[in-house]
Design a protein around this ligand. Structure first.
Ligand code: AHR
Length: 808
């Protein structure tokens, strides 16, 4: 017999405001900007690519010399007479023999330059000529076989740099074109800033954004956009004029030809064509509040630190940015914004200082930023940082700093297995409304399957239910060009002509489009309780390993802490992992040591690193390579001690603390397991402790809110179970009458399914309408479903008492 539980929504009992809860995080990794959202079709338009960006880059990357017929040309990169010192390189083409035309050709991104029949493209370039050159320049978009699909002719008239442009209309649709620039005659032609944009960009803005990708983002209806990174913000040198400097926003505004090229830590070149003004404009266009993140003069990747006495310019960057965004045209930076074409302020209300920062130098510097910003702009909400992990030493340090400084929000980041998200659904239930608020600035369960989307949806009901503490949340990363992957999973995938949203994207869209303004009290009764997993202790295989190092482990002992029995697992084990091992795919060497069924035990050993960049690895609770726990002492950039779980190949960092494994030093490592509790120490000193929680599948994950403008009561429900959940849904505090109910639902998919370029809408929410009689109705939440119910126009909802939503 089906058990029908009941959900009662008290429309008069209002909870926390949902405010700006759901937004997006844009970072230019995976070629998200150049070769992605930024609609420029020419790769390396300013000839600034350089091995600093990527070892195989050079000034002519993506360019080729063209010599047609008997044509002979000399193609050089010159620097003697640039458009601007910040844009040093340009191409010089000397015609030796004109043949059927000589010049250069650009390959674009991915398979080439994509064009659509009937679409218009705007070509532009800076050019100058020498005295003997006076033939027209022929600009053509050609298919790979040389068919000309669009062309224009330009006369370069000056020996000084001038800007020339032309509009081209395409005769065909072809995703693999080349931009070919040829000329005849004699003499030398100089080119720079060679650009091709579709005329039709998002909101038809010049220097604009690719419409299909921008539309996918806009359709999310995000309340905010965090940008421009990510690690991209703080990974770099301290001098803003360095090619590999940290992300300094002042470099990204103004004349495109004067914006310096930048090395991104993601291993490519950033033109900065999508700069701060464009970011703010995009936020305005999609109705999202801008949340810029600024570096704080500390690079945790390379330990570059600005001395405190030299911090002022960095603080000024933050203050000037606020004025640039919000000041009127009488203020110096407001005037600059105005001159750049946007006289109205952007209304920025949040600023992030630092991205997932660790270590004292950041937190010491944060205080200076915080004080200066609050003094000048008391209403701006400042976001502090709590490192890259969900728990541990740096996480705690971030929260401590936030409490001491009275930061408005703390940025939390974590990328975990779906099981971790299910196990931690109640993470924020214990967070206090009196503390700084949570900005969950980066999160994702490792994958783009329907199962990942389901786990994230369930978790998001926990974020929403705790809106008293969680104020902002955004999935990460947002975008990925499928031919330039730095990071997986991602929310939206694209190539040079197609784009699709993942199952995770549609979850975000369902939650963002139906956020609501204020929580309503929702009560559940009568649901069948899902079976809890027995609280099994961590047992299984034990091993040691290394990752890019040479290590000796000795005196490895397993001790039963309940009985005192001691077993020797190994007296001396040498492990090394060389480049050769890596080449054949073996990047981590493992030595299996044994197995235990004990429930309270310790694993102890001495460990010494002889060479290599990382540290020690102790595996335990090991079923196989894809399912185990491990303690890495000297993980990531040999900066962390991390206890991690791996489920079906997906890692979750359960806790972290700073630790560096030094070469030649012998350490005593001790790991204790009691049930599911894990505690580690080094040289007799406690390092960290954590509990590896098992997922608990709730009978139903749900939340309810009201949308003020429409009076719609919104119920979000996620059924993670493999069986339907039947519910009777009833509203109190509103007239008992017939109401329309809009149902937006994802269901009916296998857990392993995902969208792809071939089947971009395999997984998609579907809409239907139903009717509630007397403001109540029955609904069967299908197995593995994500459902939004919009109960229309629920009038007579009045201010009631503040209340937190009750849980099942
Ligand atoms: O989202 C990808 C990266 O993950 C971000 O750049 C960084 O903040 C985090 O480590």
């Amino acid at each position: 017999m089906t058990v029908r539980g009941k959900l009662t929504i008290h429309t008069k009992a209002r909870g926390a405001e949902l405010g700006d809860l759901y937004g997006i995080f844009f970072e230019d990794l995976n070629h998200a900007a150049d070769g992605g959202l930024y609609a420029e079709l020419v790769q390396n338009r300013s000839f600034e690519f350089d091995p600093i960006d990527r070892a195989d880059y050079h000034a002519l990357t993506a360019w080729e010399k063209v010599e047609r017929g008997d044509g002979i040309a000399e193609l050089r990169i010159e620097t003697a007479h640039p458009i601007h010192p910040r844009n040093e390189h340009y191409a010089g083409i000397t015609i030796i023999s004109e043949g059927a035309g000589v010049g250069i050709m650009n390959r674009g991104f991915n398979t080439g330059i994509p064009i659509k029949r009937g679409e218009k493209y705007v070509f532009s370039m800076y050019a100058r000529r020498d005295a003997s050159y006076d033939e027209p320049v022929l600009v053509a978009i050609e298919s790979l076989d040389g068919t000309v699909q669009a062309q224009a002719s330009i006369m370069v008239t000056s020996a000084e740099w001038s800007n020339y442009d032309a509009e081209l209309t395409s005769d065909a649709t072809d995703n693999s074109c080349r931009l070919v620039i040829t000329t005849k005659g004699r003499g030398t032609l100089y080119l720079d800033m060679v650009s091709l944009f579709p005329v039709h960009t998002f909101c038809n803005r010049p220097n604009g954004l690719r419409e299909d990708i921008a539309l996918m983002i806009a359709e999310l209806k995000p309340k905010f956009m965090r940008f421009p990174g990510g690690c991209l913000v703080h990974d770099g040198s301290l001098n803003p004029d360095d090619r590999d400097s940290m992300y300094r926003w002042k470099n990204t505004i103004g004349d495109l030809a004067q914006r310096p090229a930048r090395r991104s830590n993601w291993g490519y070149n950033q033109t900065l064509g999508l700069g701060y003004l464009e970011y703010f404009q995009f936020c305005e266009d999609i109705g999202a509040k801008p949340i810029p993140v600024l570096p704080a003069g500390y690079d945790p990747h390379h330990k570059r630190i600005v001395p405190i006495e030299e911090l002022q310019p960095w603080i000024d960057d933050a203050l000037n940015l606020i004025e640039f965004a919000n000041g009127d045209s009488t203020t110096p930076w407001g005037a600059i914004r105005s001159k750049l074409g946007h006289p109205e302020p952007f209304g920025m209300t949040y600023i992030g200082i630092g991205n997932e920062e660790v270590d004292e130098p950041f937190f010491e510097r944060y205080t200076y930023f915080h004080r200066a910003i609050k003094e000048a702009y008391p209403d701006i909400k400042i976001i502090n940082s709590s490192g890259p992990f969900a728990a541990g030493g740096e996480y705690d340090r971030g929260w401590k700093s936030a409490r001491e400084n009275r930061s408005d929000l703390v940025d939390e980041h974590y990328y975990m297995s779906p099981e971790w998200f299910l196990a931690h659904h109640r993470r924020y239930d214990s967070f206090s409304a009196d503390d700084p608020k949570v900005f969950l600035g980066e999160y994702a369960s490792c994958g783009n399957t329907y199962y990942n989307a389901l786990a994230e949806a369930a978790y998001m009901t926990g974020l929403e239910r705790n809106a008293h503490a969680v104020k902002l949340a955004c999935y990460a990363p947002l975008l990925c060009n499928a031919d330039y992957v730095n990071w997986k999973p991602d929310l939206i995938w694209f190539n040079n002509h197609a784009v699709y949203g993942t199952a995770n994207y549609y979850v975000q869209k369902m939650f963002m489009n139906n956020q609501g303004d204020r929580l309503l009290q929702i009560e559940a009764e009568g649901f069948k309780q899902a079976e809890l997993q027995p609280d099994t202790p961590i047992t299984g295989g034990i091993a040691v390993g290394c990752d890019g190092c040479k290590i000796t482990y000795s005196e490895i002992r397993l001790t039963n802490l309940a009985s005192g029995e001691i077993r020797t697992l190994g007296d001396r084990i040498e492990l090394s992992d060389s480049e050769v091992d890596r080449a054949d795919g073996t990047s981590v060497r493992i030595a299996e040591l044994g197995h235990t069924d004990w429930t309270h035990y310790s694993i102890t050993m001495n460990a010494k690193k002889h060479s290599g960049s990382k540290g020690f690895i102790v595996y335990f609770g090991r079923k196989d390579d894809s399912n185990q726990l491990f303690w890495e002492a000297g993980g990531w950039q040999n900066q962390d001690s991390m206890i991690q779980s791996r489920i079906n190949g997906r890692n979750s960092v359960l806790t972290q603390r700073l630790f560096e494994a030094e070469v030649g030093v012998e350490y005593e490592l001790a790991l204790e397991v009691e049930g599911r509790r894990i505690r580690v120490s080094i040289n007799g000193e406690f390092v960290s402790e954590t509990v590896d929680l098992l997922p608990v599948i709730e009978p139903l994950y749900f939340t309810s809110s009201i949308e003020e403008a429409t009076g719609d009561v919104i119920v979000k429900a996620v059924n993670v179970q493999d069986t339907n959940v039947a519910a009777h849904i009833e509203l109190t505090g509103t007239a008992k009458r017939q109401r329309e109910v809009e149902v937006i639902e994802m269901s009916g998919y296998e857990l392993h399914e995902e969208n792809s370029f071939a089947t971009p809408e395999r997984i998609l929410p579907r809409n239907k309408m139903m009717t509630a009689i007397d403001s109540e109705f029955d609904y069967d939440f299908p197995k593995h479903s994500i459902t939004v119910l919009r109960i229309k126009s629920c009038e007579s909802v009045q201010e009631g008492t503040e209340s937190r939503q009750t849980l099942l």
